[in-house]
Design a protein around this ligand. Structure first.
Ligand SMILES: *Cc1c(COP(=O)(O)O)cnc(C)c1O
Length: 498
């Protein structure tokens, strides 16, 4: 199976090459030329399997240029590596009539691990398969979470190095510690004397600096990114929709063939789009509910057909969803229209005016699958309190956004399909907001005291990756100015792995 660009002006290619390239030359995203179909027997057959085996079964339908052994190797190194603290990797918790899919049992306690543990393995194998001799240097600008998850995923992966830039005063103490203690022989973490925008513009500028890229290319190094538009980051996420269904079947919570709903806390539209692929493949999914915070550009789009990023940007207590451009929506528009020219036109309008509008027929088609709503910070906190009081379950703010929107959906539509709320972060990652929502005082407590307090209040265990930060040694102390980032990249690129 080959992959083509959503904008129609790039040659199609096998998945390994699409994963190495990341973005198509015409600026579009890679999509599969056809979506594989599965039967109910295939889904039933997943029940006795481990997460790794389920991943192998699903991924091999998409990555047809990888051998079975290659996929198995990638999957084993990604998930069966002692870094997940749940035997099921992505376990499903029962909370009354609702199920909660927990995607935060990986090394950094956030859902990004599900994709960023596997992407580096797929990329490293792709380099080998395609006979690419260059070394890949991954550059990441981070406001906190993605940087750490990318570092954990790429550490010690052959033929790849990773360098993460973060704004010096712009991340929490825990997030800084998570990055500065990062182990691995191929990693670098550098503080930029500026804010997140400085770091991000710096990285973008480096990607766009042709002479600089040519200079690196001559030294056998090519730059790449780990962001969520890479097909190798999206395809791992399809697996857990199937895995959830298999677990619900095995637990007798649903019957074979019964349609279920998912509510997904959404930012870049990657997570929920993976659910759309699963549905297209034949997984019995009724509705995909798209949950946003106050940055509700997707709610408006899915309700009116108008995508308009010209609006205020809010900093919320669910920061991983503070996004105004949801890049993966482009893939949905392609699959819903099969019209690369239309997609290219909308994306051009988005670039030039910050706005585009789809026609009523297409909107109706999208609304057959998707429903959307949003919730405020205040209501998110109220939801965390209610869920804890009712179910004794501690939800992080992103999960609570989804929970609340799932309630809106069921109330407004009367839909009674089994509901799965997708949970994207451990509550320990956002301990301050969670404790406040539970009525606790947080003033004067440092990050470690907050972790301890949440453990005491909830009766749950602090994830190892966070608990162990207390005693880890600091390994990275580099800093640079925004103008000095290129120089830092060059220094690290030329350094042999230690
Ligand atoms: C990245 C992230 C999201 C949003 O996922 P998308 O795939 O970008 O829609 C939601 N919650 C958390 C905790 C995240 O880290």
């Amino acid at each position: 199976m080959n992959y083509k660009s959503t904008r129609g002006n790039a040659a199609s290619r096998a998945s390994a090459q699409a994963i190495i390239d990341g973005l198509a030359e015409d600026g579009g995203l890679f999509v599969p030329e056809s979506i594989p179909a599965v039967t109910l027997d295939f889904i039933r057959g997943l029940q006795p399997l481990s997460y790794e085996e389920r991943a192998k079964a699903v991924l091999s339908l998409f990555l047809t240029d990888y051998t079975a052994e290659e996929i198995e190797g990638c999957v084993e190194r990604a998930y069966n590596n002692g870094r997940f603290d749940a035997a099921k990797r992505a376990p499903v918790a029962a909370c009354g009539a609702t199920s909660v899919l927990e995607l935060w049992h990986g090394p950094t306690s956030a859902f990004k691990d599900m994709a960023l543990q596997l992407l580096p393995q797929l990329m490293s194998t792709a380099l080998k398969k395609t006979g690419t001799k260059d070394e890949v240097l991954i550059l990441v600008a981070t406001s906190g979470d993605t940087g750490k998850a990318a570092l954990e995923g790429f550490r010690d992966v052959p033929q790849i190095k990773i360098m993460v830039f973060y704004p010096e005063g712009g991340v929490s103490r825990i997030q800084r510690l998570q990055m500065l203690t990062q182990e691995g022989t191929n990693v670098n973490v550098t503080a930029v004397r500026g804010n997140f925008d400085d770091a991000q513009s710096g990285v973008k500028q480096i990607f766009g600096d042709r002479p600089f890229n040519d200079e690196l290319q001559e030294a056998g190094i090519r730059l790449s990114s780990a962001n969520s538009i890479n097909w190798g980051r999206l395809v791992p996420q399809i697996v857990y929709y199937f895995s959830t269904y298999a677990d619900l079947l095995a637990a007798g919570r649903i019957e074979a063939g019964e349609e279920i709903d998912f509510t997904v806390p959404t930012g870049n539209f990657g997570d929920i789009l993976a659910g759309f692929y699963a549905k297209c493949m034949g997984l019995p999914v009724h509705k995909l509910v798209c949950a946003s915070n106050t940055n509700n550009v997707l709610t408006d789009f899915l309700r009116t057909g108008v995508y308009d990023r010209n609006r205020d940007f809010y900093k919320t207590i669910s920061p991983s969803m503070d996004i105004l451009i949801s890049s993966n929506l482009e893939r949905l528009l392609y699959h819903m229209t099969n019209d690369t020219q239309k997609v290219a036109g909308w994306m051009q309008q988005l670039r030039e005016t910050g706005r585009y509008e789809i026609d009523a027929d297409l909107l109706a088609k999208i609304q057959q699958v998707f429903w959307a709503d949003w919730t405020s910070d205040e209501d998110t906190k109220a939801c965390i309190g209610e869920v804890f009081a009712k179910e004794h379950y501690v939800a992080d703010p992103h999960t609570a956004v989804a929970w609340r929107v799932a309630e809106h959906y069921q109330k407004e539509t009367g839909d009674a399909h089994h509901m799965v709320v997708v949970s994207t972060a451990s509550p320990y990652k956002f301990n301050g907001s969670v404790l406040e929502a539970l009525g606790e005082k947080t003033g004067g407590l440092d990050e470690f005291a907050l972790l301890d307090r949440l453990a005491a209040v909830s009766g749950t265990k602090i994830p190892e990756g966070l608990a162990s930060l207390r005693n880890k040694e600091i390994r990275h102390d580099g800093t640079c100015t925004p103008e000095g980032m290129e120089q830092s990249v060059l220094r690290f690129a030329e350094k042999k792995n230690s």
